[in-house]
Design a protein. Sequence first.
Length: 382
Amino acid sequence: MEKFNLSIPTRIHFGRGILEEALQAEAAILRGNLLVVTGRRAMREGGHLDRLEGLLRKNGGVQSVRFFQGVSPNPKVEEVDEAIRLGLETGADAVIGLGGGSALDAAKAVAAGIRAGEGIGPYLLEGKPLPEAVLPLVAIPTTAGTGSELSMGAILSAPSQGFKGGIRGPQLLPVAAIVDPAFTDDLPVGTTRETGFDIFTHGVETYLSTRANAFTRMLSREALGIVSLHLPALVRKPRDSQARDRMSYASMLMGVNLAGAGTCLPHRLQYPVGALTDTSHPRGLAALYPAWVHHGYASSPEAWDTLASLLDRRPRAGREEVEGSVCNFLEAVGMATTLEALGIREGQLETLCAGVTGNIAQDPAGKEPDIVRRIYGRALGL
């Protein structure tokens, strides 16, 4: 059996209704002045901020709780810098990320920026090394999909420079992740579709990744089995709490895999799409997936056959069948789309290709000649 190394330093609190218990368990780090980083409306309108503040103040060591409610769906450098300034002004001792992947990614960057005493731009845009340690961070996901609560990366945008990319390092791993599926009960169907498809992509890509191992592939299979069964059901019946619990569990598993195995070409190729269109991460992935399967199948045929068989719960083999399985799943969960529908035109092909960063060799197909251009070209119908 192959050798592998894996570290999961984040403490995990999982379960429906576990929020209060978990906050009490983390009282030793949730002390002093706390900064909560979240989105613009949903958490306040849902009453989650008031509840969180009340629970935090039960800890006698909490002096203040401040909220930064300015994170957009594609978190921007300017938003992160504003939150960093708030944290520095209020003497933040710890950061809490509350929300979907955007809020959690922003919170990671904020924790780094406060510790460094400066904005995040140099780290994202100039490759400046992250500080060796960041402020203690607790991640509380309110969607099921991104796995950001257990990953060591944060994806940010710099619209003025047409850039979307990430900062990454083990110091960005949250000290604790509190995964309470009850937060996801009232998610709109559209958000459920998108975040659920994100789990799917993490399952597929961490299975195929050249960094994958027996353990991460086991988690990938588990997550894909859950998503293939429960995401279509949730699209039809959003109030199914048991399905919500399973999806949160699958998302958490893929958070482990994001750190342990990493993703493949679609994630690298989506970032330029998001930078040009300001569309959601899952929609961009959905627009790229059929083309990626088409051009990537030959690099890992047996693995792709296994994944498609998991998805359809019956044997699948060959590029056409696998591509059909993925396209059928996209249709079934309402995620089928195209780059053109997202606002990309064929004249932007060179811009897309030039915007791809990161390690594409992590994808088994990454070494194929001109693979980036070929995937983009097929996704654009060229």
